[in-house]
Design a protein around this ligand. Structure first.
Ligand SMILES: [Zn+2]
Length: 98
């Protein structure tokens, strides 16, 4: 598995599917990888849950430029977690979404 430092995603191949970059390095267990885009409520819940499991995650507010311009609360987060925890976090998301 490789890692794109531009997009912070783990890439299964030689080329990043997001930005097209080819200079990828091998992914490291500690790398923060983009897991998913989640809505605010789910993101806050998930973060609380992961904290109790002592799993690091990062939520980056994500929304349209217009909303940001008017300082309205952004609607969603981009969720990042360490590569070693990525599968676990994806699994949780799946369970919580169903
Ligand atoms: Zn990329």
């Amino acid at each position: 598995m490789n890692f794109c430092e531009g997009c912070n995603i783990a890439v299964n191949g030689e080329r990043c599917p997001r930005c097209g970059r080819k200079k990828l390095r091998a992914v490291n267990d500690e790398d923060f990888c983009l897991i998913a885009q989640v809505d605010r409520a789910l993101g806050d819940c998930l973060k609380g849950h992961l904290e109790t499991e002592k799993i690091d995650c990062v939520l980056i507010p994500y929304g349209t430029g217009v909303r940001a311009q008017f300082a309205l609360p952004l609607e969603s987060y981009l969720l990042y977690a360490r590569y070693k925890n990525a599968d676990h976090v994806r699994q949780l998301l799946k369970e919580w979404n169903s």
